[in-house]
Write a protein that binds this ligand. Structure first.
Ligand SMILES: Cc1cc2nc3c(=O)[nH]c(=O)nc-3n(C[C@H](O)[C@H](O)[C@H](O)COP(=O)(O)O)c2cc1C
Length: 321
């Protein structure tokens, strides 16, 4: 192959790789990014001309590299997609258009399978990771995204009685470790999320929530006032409001831990802290309860967790009536 030809081939591969990453970033969807990359690359490169198998191979190899690089941030996600692409490019003996549509079909099937298994995997693979890599940081954008997705957690009357303080500052993490019975993971984690139940959530959030319900037609304007009274009444008893706020906030915390897995992150929930000292350290008011802290970061790759300890089975703790 001529020097020029080689350069051109490399460029094609590089271009497909970069394009894949751009599309992936936009859609956060391997299937779409792959299909879009193939389409754009073939529109641009072949312009109605029957492409050579080599060129198609270059493009698909570029996409494979793009996936491999993206995958580094995503754990071992989409193993099957990669395999489909690799198999098809390796066996590129069919007509070129057959290869392209085969790749897309394969990717679609594999992605669908991945997607349907994804949530189960996040739940099954989550562990309370004790060893974080203190050098590896989680970006602020990722933390924000995780928390914003976790806000989709259900809550009674949609009152969302949770608050979060994200502790990233190294000095504050050190102090936080001290109020958490010196648990080293608190300092080693990239961030610690102090998850708080807001006992004033009803009075603070009720109007915004009822406005949204009225606007969306969940309730009629004349039902609004009665419902408002009912909600505030339910939140009057100190015991009841505490239970409500903690229940919803605990579910929110679980969502954070599951969503974090999607971003290839590990977490550790903690209740081992001195709440009074913690509240003083972070300036948390009396009308708030710290439900738990979630340490979050990347696992120290040098260390291994012991296998998961015993889990009771439904047959042992459940009843089917
Ligand atoms: C609300 C809550 C508080 C916890 N507090 C601590 C803690 O302070 N220190 C600790 O080492 N582990 C703590 N854990 C972790 C549990 O010990 C752990 O989740 C359990 O042993 C099961 O392990 P797994 O999460 O790896 O499946 C806590 C877990 C939860 C849900």
């Amino acid at each position: 192959m001529s020097e020029n030809g080689e350069k051109k081939e490399k460029d094609l591969k590089k271009e497909a790789k970069e394009l894949f990453k751009v599309f992936y970033e936009k859609t956060k969807d391997f299937q779409k990014a792959t299909a879009q990359t193939i389409k754009e690359m073939s529109d641009k490169t072949f312009k109605g001309v029957q492409p050579s198998k080599e060129k198609v191979k270059e493009i698909t190899e570029g996409i494979v590299e793009g996936i491999q690089e993206t995958r580094k941030q995503m754990g071992d996600k989409l193993e099957t997609v990669l395999k489909t692409l690799q198999d098809l490019t390796a066996k590129a003996t069919a007509g070129v258009m057959d290869i392209l549509s085969g790749v897309i079909e394969g990717v679609e099937e594999a992605t669908e399978k991945e997607r349907s298994e994804e949530c189960l995997r996040y739940i099954k693979e989550r562990r309370s990771v004790t060893f974080f890599d203190p050098q590896k940081e989680v970006s602020e954008d990722t933390v924000r995204e995780i928390i914003n997705i976790a806000t989709l957690t259900p809550s009674s009357y949609n009152l969302q009685p949770w608050e979060v303080i994200v502790v990233k500052d190294k000095e504050t993490k050190k102090k936080l470790k001290e109020v958490c019975n010196n648990q080293q993971k608190v300092e080693d984690a990239s961030v610690d999320l102090v998850v708080i139940a807001n006992l004033r959530a009803a009075e603070e959030h009720v109007d915004k929530i009822l406005d949204s319900w009225t606007e969306l037609g969940y309730i009629s304007p004349d039902q609004r006032e009665n419902l408002r009274k009912q909600i505030l009444e339910e939140w009057k008893s100190p015991e009841k409001k505490k239970r409500k706020a903690i229940r919803d906030t605990a579910m929110f915390a679980m969502s954070i831990m599951i969503v974090a897995r999607h971003f290839g992150l590990e977490t550790h929930p903690l209740e081992g802290f001195d709440e009074q000292r913690l509240k003083k350290l972070l300036g948390i008011g009396k009308d708030r309860i710290v439900v738990l802290i979630i340490s979050m970061g990347y696992k120290d790759p040098q260390k291994e967790l012991p296998p998961r300890a015993y889990r009771y089975k439904f047959e042992e703790f459940g009843r089917l009536i």
